[in-house]
Design a protein around this ligand. Structure first.
Ligand code: HEM
Length: 425
């Protein structure tokens, strides 16, 4: 069964893909389609003093680049932003390393996020959804991003890693201020508008990064002599090989988790609710499906492909490489656009249709195919599925009652406001 829905478009076929303003008008699908068709490895100049970069927009090429970490390294930066060596070293997380250094650190963090362990959290995640969704349904007319999608992921991640529920709202606001550093709705330190030089050694050049570092260190101290039985305590213990996470590694991992585990899942939920509110077919099909129906697994993958909230990551070429006849030179920045790959007609049939039963959905929203594939993917999938299941159980209708608003960011794709009316079941 196929259902086509509007793909949240910014129709400018020549949109500037480096500009945060572009994405505030919606994802420029037409511009990316033009690049996929006409110039799939395009050189893009940067107007803010950046060196420029190669923009890789086809699914197959993104997988190729992502699967060659020796040639396309993460160890010289993963964002468009140019950083000095000192800035890079101060802010570096294990995401900004290559194998074998990366493999060792990833093995230590991985044990807290395995599919098996994460699946045990389902009942607890359902409980959190109940509280938050009940409150939203009682209100009736709400901003679904703010009242549902924004509140859930940090509460869920907090329970998994072991931060107290009462700190979740503070962590969300600090996380937003840090990662949404280009949107004035979330920070006073808008990266392309005010001088953030003072904060250049902090994650995302944001003063909120320091607050998150300090909070992470406090949590670590609480666990130093005392196993609290949570993922954080587990991560602070040596692993089977006897490796232990250093203070700096832990601090940066904590900041990465607050950044990575917070808004990406939120916006996956926001895009899911947007699709459900605007398509009676999607609403009816999922509302009538029991929690263990196979359609929930395929619909969750499709919602995440549809949302593709992490739009790109950057690599740096360590040697010359040819792609589509273009000569990439050692030292060039190469940007892989996961969102574009997930809408590539060469890979997905009817990519602009949200197909709940889409088979063999090999989307790359989690950066699959490379060593850095999302550590939190099982948690994110569980959160999106359970949140949508619990929401649909509590409502007989969801209507969008005003225009949605998009995040001002060329990095994270998000519906930051989604006004809806929820009618109680
Ligand atoms: C729908 C939600 C999510 C999306 C779309 C997403 C997307 C991604 C992507 C594309 C990458 C690859 C980065 C790269 O290639 O450099 C990544 C890595 C990562 N993600 Fe997620 N993420 C999500 C949720 C989460 C959650 C809930 C966590 C919580 C722990 C998390 C933690 C991480 C970490 C730690 C990495 C770095 C892994 C590494 O470098 O080995 N993510 N994510």
């Amino acid at each position: 069964m196929i259902k086509t829905v509007s793909p949240n478009n910014n129709d400018d076929i020549n949109a500037d893909i480096t500009s945060h303003d572009t994405f505030e008008k919606g994802f420029p699908h037409k511009a990316f389609k033009r690049m996929r068709d006409e110039d799939p490895c395009a050189w893009i100049d940067e107007t803010d003093g950046g060196s420029g970069f190669w923009s890789v927009t086809r699914y197959k090429d993104i997988k190729e680049v992502n699967g060659l970490p020796k040639i396309f390294s993460s160890a010289q930066g993963i964002r468009l932003e140019e950083q000095s060596k000192e800035e890079f070293e101060a802010r570096k997380t294990f995401q900004e390393t290559d194998p074998p250094v990366h493999t060792r650190q990833r093995m230590m963090f991985h044990r807290g996020f395995t599919r098996k362990l994460i699946s045990t959290y389902e009942p607890m995640i359902r409980d959190i959804c109940n509280d938050i969704i009940n409150e939203a349904v009682d209100l009736g007319e709400v901003d679904a991003t703010k009242e549902i999608a924004r509140k859930l992921p940090m509460r869920m991640l907090g329970r998994v890693v072991g931060t107290p529920d009462e700190d979740a709202e503070w962590l969300v606001s600090r996380g937003d201020s840090m990662i949404a550093n280009s949107d004035p709705d979330f920070t006073d330190y808008v990266i392309d508008k005010v001088d953030t030089d003072e904060y250049r050694f902090l994650p995302f050049r944001s003063p909120a990064g320091k607050e998150i570092y300090d909070y992470g260190e406090k949590q670590k101290r609480l666990r130093e002599d005392h196993d609290m039985g949570d993922v954080m305590s587990m991560l602070l213990q040596p692993n089977k090989q006897g490796d232990k996470i250093s203070d700096l590694e832990f601090k940066n991992f904590f900041a990465l988790m607050v950044a990575a585990g917070n808004d990406t899942t939120r916006y996956s939920m926001a895009f899911s609710m947007h699709a459900i509110a605007n398509n009676p077919y999607i609403f009816d099909c999922l509302k009538s499906a029991p929690d263990d129906a196979p359609v929930w697994a395929s619909a969750t993958e499709e919602f995440i492909r549809w949302a593709s909230p992490t739009m790109h990551f950057r690599r740096t070429a360590t040697e010359d490489y040819k792609l589509h006849g273009k000569q990439i030179r050692e030292g060039d920045k190469v940007v892989i656009w996961f969102t574009s790959g997930n809408y590539d007609e060469r890979k997905f049939s009817n990519p602009f249709s949200l197909i709940l039963e889409r088979e063999n959905n090999q989307h790359i929203a989690f950066g699959q195919g490379g060593p850095h594939a999302c550590l939190g993917m099982w948690l994110a999938r569980l959160e999106v599925r359970v949140a949508m299941q619990e929401l649909l159980k509590r409502v007989s209708k969801i209507e969008q009652i005003g225009p949605e608003k998009y995040l001002r960011s060329n990095f994270i794709r998000g519906i930051k406001n989604l006004p809806v009316k929820l009618t109680s079941a």
